[in-house]
Design a protein around this ligand. Structure first.
Ligand code: HAM
Length: 416
């Protein structure tokens, strides 16, 4: 048997219903927030991904699927989609008018060569939103509330963990202080931190290996370096979130694993501290990739992690997600089957979810199948009625049964 590659999965059955449920709620919310859809390629030039995410990030240094294609091009399967959306914005000149806020959302597979475990796959799905021409902190509040409201609508309990990396001056002053403090302890740090000391010192705060060590307990605090402007921005954001009843916690050690963030950063954690999503502001990325000086922010949620959360809730509530159909058409003879196919086609074209049984099964078995599909109505065809232009409809809950003129069947089911 040929099996699926490690770290990938098939989605079917209950998981597929949950997946589609999540997708449909997200689509609704994207309409409420007036966000347009964007689809970008699953693979991009390696240069785009490496430059955007950062050569020193865990993602690029350990997790990207890089390969040379048959035309000798360096290609990378996207580990995230912010890079692609920014590339598309620049390439297709989607900037719009300077006053336009440009908002895109995506829903698609990403690839990271990670050690597979529950909620951590090599192929996974992200829903994300990127907002451009959005220098105001109001836009951060809007994007955060977007993700928060979607998680709430899905019934998922989440804690928003918020931090600011401050403006460029703040970050520079802080990095200088951090390096000065860490320099004498360099040999005691893990190999990753030693590397980050030169290439990306802020990421040292994210270290899971050294985080409990004595050295880390006395690290200089980023908050004490924040400029008044950065402090005011964070305060404004807190007020805006509070105005929308969005709850959050501040975590000064949150820096996120991608290089492009510049200011506000955040993550959505579940009760065990696992990140369901994350995002932040990346004001320099469009310019750094050759575009105009456009401020931006955004987030992405991990769909598989949301599926796990929802499954967890459902197992506690013992309330399986189902997708009941409206009508189940029962037929035995060839003529009844012919009419069943015809009628099913008409019902479906009238937006009535309908199922028939194409196989030779007894009526008893067909009743069982209809129950399994939670059909609201059973349409029982028989040759005698059909000749008179009548159709028997049975309400599968009340068990009431009546004969309806075949021309009235759509109205009957639509109005029930
Ligand atoms: P990220 O934090 O790398 O951010 O990923 C966002 C979410 O994707 C994570 O919180 C997690 O739920 C999910 N995720 C990441 N890796 C895996 C995996 N191996 N298996 C399953 N789920 C995973 C970004 O990707 C940024 N592009 C977000 C963003 C958009 N920032 C600004 N705009």
């Amino acid at each position: 048997m040929i099996t699926k590659p490690k770290g990938t999965y098939d989605i079917f059955g209950n998981d597929a219903l949950i997946y589609k449920h999540i997708e449909s709620i997200i689509t609704n919310y994207m309409n409420y927030y007036n966000v347009g859809y964007i689809r970008t390629p699953i693979f991009e030039s390696s240069e785009l991904i490496h430059r955007t995410v950062g050569d020193d990030s865990d993602i690029v240094s350990k997790e990207t699927y890089d390969f040379i294609d048959r035309g000798n091009r360096k290609i990378t399967l996207r580990p995230e989609a912010t890079a692609s959306v920014v590339r598309s914005l620049i390439e297709n000149k989607l900037y719009g008018n300077r006053n336009d806020q440009i908002k895109y959302y995506y829903f698609g597979t990403m690839y990271r060569y990670e050690r597979p475990q529950s909620g951590r796959n090599r192929e996974f799905t992200q829903f994300g939103v990127e907002v451009f021409n959005s220098p105001s902190v109001v836009s951060d509040a809007e994007t955060i509330s977007m993700a928060y409201n979607i998680l709430c609508e899905l019934g998922i309990n989440t804690t928003i963990v918020l931090n600011t990396l401050g403006d460029a001056k703040t970050r520079k002053n802080y990095i200088d202080a951090l390096k000065e403090y860490l320099k004498p302890h360099l040999n005691d740090l893990c190999a990753d931190c030693q590397r980050r000391f030169e290439s990306n010192p802020l990421r040292i705060l994210d270290c899971k290996v050294d985080s409990d060590s004595e050295i880390f307990k006395n690290l200089p605090k980023l908050s004490t370096f924040l400029s008044d402007e950065a402090k005011n921005k964070l305060n404004e954001l807190k007020n805006l979130l509070a105005a929308m009843d969005v709850e959050f916690e501040i975590d000064e050690t949150l820096v996120r694993g991608l290089d492009y963030y510049t200011d506000i950063v955040y993550e959505f954690h579940n009760e065990d501290g696992l990140a369901l999503g994350g995002g932040g502001r990346y004001d320099n990325l469009v310019k750094n990739l050759g575009g105009e000086d456009i401020k931006a922010n955004g987030f992405a949620l991990g769909i598989e992690r949301l599926i796990l959360e929802i499954k967890n809730i459902l197992s506690q509530e013992e309330e399986p997600i189902s997708n009941p159909i409206t009508a189940y058409i029962m037929a035995i003879s060839d003529e009844e089957k012919y009419q069943a196919v015809k009628l099913a086609n008409i019902l479906r074209l009238n937006e009535i979810s309908t199922e028939i049984c194409p196989n030779d099964l007894s009526l008893k078995s067909q009743f069982k199948l209809a129950d399994k599909l939670e059909a609201s109505f059973l349409i029982i065809l028989n040759d005698e009625d059909l000749q008179k232009g009548l159709i028997t409809i049975k309400d599968n809950y009340t068990k009431d049964e009546e004969k309806v003129d075949e021309n009235d069947i759509v109205d009957y089911l639509s109005n029930s």
